[in-house]
Design a protein around this ligand. Structure first.
Ligand SMILES: Cc1cc2nc3c(=O)[nH]c(=O)nc-3n(C[C@H](O)[C@H](O)[C@H](O)COP(=O)(O)OP(=O)(O)OC[C@H]3O[C@@H](n4cnc5c(N)ncnc54)[C@H](O)[C@@H]3O)c2cc1C
Length: 457
């Protein structure tokens, strides 16, 4: 009987293995498919390569914003090749590490439970004292559309494999992945149309910042808000999409539809109902969100498989921390929560740090909002990136920084600073006592903090 069996070798599973191997050699890790992680192969990394290329082109085309007159002839034929070359560098680095692991510890295949101590892979059974389930998730798409459109309906699992950029694409969805990729395609010269079920774009929960993002992104991108395709067919190797705007029937032809309507957990591959029939309903699994324990069993679910924060750094953290609970079961401890931090690599970038506006409202927290617009912010004007705004949320009584939402250039860096200050329990006076170099985007944060202070005094 093994001490631990880890199912899934993505970010969370690999992190769990690396933590577990320090304590026991009596482990097994099982993975279905490639061992190079969703993040490196079809997630974080290839998407960020594409966004970076797209933004470089956009900046060159808009160099007049910084007083330059450039004649641009953009040849985008190598964009996908460059993306895959860099992507392969990231996946190779992961595989190199995994290939060094003891072969006895690894099995390629799809695992499923026989009972609470036993799993089956490739027709053979294995038992363990504890399990870490790190099976991740898979993109959603409409099965009927897939039958109709065949390889013209793609998800993020296929998009980075396109030989060259398409002429045109329709993106279904306006969430994080949809907006990131749609803006990148648009900036690379692909005729891009976004079908959005609601008006929400990206992640922001603050009504004011959300509205600003809708306006800003709506100006640049072709977003059909509150509109979904009614009918899709394949016609002359093109996708014909029929949809309605104000009752009027419209038709659009595109090379591909990218389905970016969220992801579903792969826990359904594990036959959890064989442990307990009540586990049939995956939406209602008795998971302790603090310890990641399933019911009172020595089974821990980490990463994207079951989470409200499907993020790479959260998956890595949970995978590593779950090992402690496996080894000390039944003495199970809370996994130390990281300060919430999420980033959308749109332009301007979006970020949420600590508690979001919506969470604070839901919990009836007594807080003030410090606001700063970046339209006239000095450094943002210098960069020609004077768009968006930031809100910081300060507790009315303790004056501690509770959270922030950002929609500005370089939000990724500002968000890290804010999350580290939240982790340190910083108050408004701590924050205002920090140095702010001139001229920087960070000075905008000071403006927001001062705005909050005026409301408190
Ligand atoms: C396009 C895109 C962009 C993203 N961008 C970012 C970003 O910028 N920043 C960020 O933080 N996050 C980003 N993410 C999210 C990030 O990729 C995930 O949070 C992370 O990969 C989750 O890791 P995981 O270990 O939970 O799952 P995975 O890495 O998906 O690993 C799960 C593994 O389990 C295997 N498996 C499934 N079922 C079984 C079974 N029954 N038996 C055996 N093995 C099984 C799977 O095949 C897979 O290998 C992005 C995701 C996508 C899709």
């Amino acid at each position: 009987m093994y001490d631990i069996i880890i199912i899934g070798a993505g970010t969370a599973g690999i992190s769990a293995y690396k933590a577990a191997i320090k304590h026991t050699q009596n482990i097994l890790i099982i993975n279905d498919g490639a061992w190079d992680t969703t993040c490196a192969r079809v997630g974080c990394m290839p998407s960020k390569v594409m966004i970076s290329t797209a933004n470089r082109l956009y900046d060159a085309e808009h160099a007049n914003q910084v007083g330059l007159n450039l004649k641009i002839h953009a040849d985008t034929t190598l964009v996908m090749t460059h993306l895959r070359k860099l992507r392969d560098r990231f996946t190779t680095a992961t595989l190199k590490e995994v290939n060094h692991w003891d072969e006895q510890h690894k099995i390629s295949g799809k695992a499923s439970f026989i009972n609470q101590n036993t799993i089956e892979v490739n027709g053979k059974q294995y038992q363990a004292k504890s399990f870490i389930l790190a099976v991740g998730s898979t993109p959603n798409f409409d099965q009927d559309w897939k039958k109709q459109l065949k390889h013209h309906l793609i998800t993020t699992d296929q998009i980075f494999e396109l030989e060259t950029l398409p002429q045109s694409i329709a993106v279904i969805g306006s969430g994080i992945i949809a907006i990131e990729l749609a803006q990148a395609f648009h900036r690379l010269g692909v005729k891009t149309t976004i079908f959005a079920r609601s008006r929400k774009v990206g992640s922001l929960s603050s009504p004011d910042l959300q509205q600003l993002a809708q306006q800003e992104l709506g100006q640049e991108l072709d977003i059909l808000f509150e509109t979904l395709p009614q009918h899709v067919t394949l016609e002359n190797d093109q996708v014909k999409i029929e949809y309605r705007v104000d009752q009027e029937l419209k038709t659009l032809y595109v090379d591909y539809i990218l389905s970016a309507t969220g992801r579903s957990s792969l826990l359904n591959t594990l036959d959890l109902q064989k442990i307990n029939p009540a586990f049939e309903n995956l939406k209602d699994l008795p998971l302790n969100t603090h310890t990641k324990q399933l019911a009172d069993l020595p089974i821990f679910i980490v990463g994207d498989a079951l989470t409200l924060t499907p993020l790479q750094h959260e998956a890595a953290h949970e995978g590593k921390m779950a090992v402690h609970n496996c080894l000390h079961y039944p003495h199970v401890e809370k996994i130390k929560a990281l300060t919430p931090l999420s980033i959308v690599f749109s332009a301007p970038e979006m970020a949420i740090v600590g508690q979001s506006y919506q969470q604070l409202k839901k919990e009836n927290k007594d807080f003030v909002t410090g606001f700063v617009s970046y339209e006239k912010q000095g450094r943002a004007l210098v960069l020609g990136k004077n768009k968006g705004a930031i809100e910081v949320y300060i507790d009315h009584v303790t004056q501690k920084l509770l959270g922030a939402e950002l929609f500005v250039e370089h939000a990724e860096h500002l968000a890290h600073l804010l999350s580290w200050m939240i982790a340190k329990d910083a108050t408004l006076s701590d924050l205002l006592a920090q140095p702010y170099y001139h001229p920087t985007l960070e000075e905008g944060l000071r403006t927001a903090f001062k705005h909050a202070r005026r409301q408190l005094s």
